[in-house]
Design a protein around this ligand. Structure first.
Ligand SMILES: NC(=O)c1ccc[n+]([C@@H]2O[C@H](COP(=O)([O-])OP(=O)(O)OC[C@H]3O[C@@H](n4cnc5c(N)ncnc54)[C@H](O)[C@@H]3O)[C@@H](O)[C@H]2O)c1
Length: 312
């Protein structure tokens, strides 16, 4: 294995999943948390993640659930062995408030704190003098570029991004992205580590907002929404054109319903502020469509209705 001791900074939705996945794969894992009250919030999240792993294993065993490549390969699946690994992971994860103790001898620290620039800078400044010289520092940030933070880390050569997807035991991609000062030796080590924790390692050799997936997905969703907002066609026909024309499982409106209308509108609102000749979409009209749906409570799958109805 490339690394041995793994530290996750931040015990939120993604932090607990990353910690659990690394522990499941046999790594020595510590979650660093900033306060006693954070422990009270993180422990129930770990309980939920454990329950999700166990339910997924049951689903894989019965054939009723989706296959989770983060948990096992189909040709060597042994449910009892997987359950034993889940129990060992759950028992093995350490929660630590003392940054010095948590970071001592860490091979890798994965920062997975809230998506807040100043909080992240504050964390890097505090961590920089404490981390071992050997430690590789990774950020799981979804929307911020690692070059924004490299100068605060005290190790720009060993600092890069490793971006996970939610429910990593099933959606097991790791987009590994370098910034200009990253030494590619650590980029390669991080790709190997991603494999060691059963992720599909996806190299992003230069900085790119949106990594690989969102760089493709967001323009795709805009293109579909634009066809609807400009009255060119309706959601079901636009989805059908995509699905039957390419063999893809979902069209843009089915994806928008899963992502949720509010998140879609937040993204559109960001682009409203940046007029771009590269994006020939009618963001004001798209924003109006999404605002109307939000006002009508049509938020997507989560609310039972979006562009489609999910009411039973
Ligand atoms: N939720 C997702 O689907 C998802 C997917 C991929 C990547 N990410 C990224 O992962 C990171 C974490 O996201 P999340 O969804 O787990 O967030 P979250 O809100 O669930 O958790 C954030 C954690 O950061 C901690 N935190 C906040 N400020 C802190 C500070 N100043 N010092 C120490 N700890 C602090 C909080 O206590 C909490 O444990 C973000 O950068 C996000 O962009 C999220």
């Amino acid at each position: 294995m490339s690394f041995k001791k793994v530290v996750v900074a931040g015990g939120g939705v993604l932090g607990t999943q990353i910690a659990f996945q690394a522990a499941y794969c046999g790594f020595d894992v510590t979650i660093w948390l900033r306060s006693q009250s954070s422990i009270g919030r993180t422990q129930p999240k770990l309980d939920l993640v454990k329950a999700d792993y166990l339910a997924s294993i049951e689903g894989m065993k019965s054939g009723k659930g989706p296959w989770c490549m983060g948990i096992a390969d189909p040709d060597s699946f042994d449910a009892d062995a997987c359950i034993a690994k889940v129990e060992a992971a759950y028992k093995g994860i350490k929660l630590e408030l003392d940054m010095k103790k948590a970071f001592a001898d860490a091979d890798v620290i994965i920062e997975s704190m809230s998506e807040n620039k100043n909080a992240k800078i504050g964390f890097y400044k505090k961590a920089a003098p404490i981390m071992d010289a050997k430690t590789v520092l990774l950020t799981n940030s979804s929307s911020m570029l690692p070059s924004t933070f490299a100068k605060y880390t005290g190790r720009p050569d060993r600092y890069l991004a490793m971006h996970f997807a939610n429910e990593i035991w099933r959606n097991n991609t790791a987009e590994v992205m370098a910034q200009a000062k990253t030494n590619m030796k650590y980029f390669d080590e991080t790709l190997a580590f991603a494999k060691d924790i059963r992720m599909i390692p996806l190299p992003v050799r230069k900085e790119k907002a949106g990594y690989l997936l969102n760089s493709m997905l967001i323009p795709f969703l805009f293109a579909g929404l634009d066809l609807y907002a400009e009255g060119i066609s309706d959601p079901a026909s636009i989805d059908a054109a995509w699905i039957h024309g390419t063999g893809a499982p979902k069209g843009p409106f089915q994806i928008c319903d899963v992502v949720g209308m509010k998140t879609c509108d937040e993204i559109v609102s960001m682009y409203l502020k940046i007029p771009s000749f590269l994006a020939p979409y009618h963001f004001k009209d798209i924003h109006k469509v999404l605002q109307k749906m939000i006002a009508e409570g049509k938020l997507g799958v989560a609310s039972g209705e979006g562009f489609y109805s999910y009411k039973k």
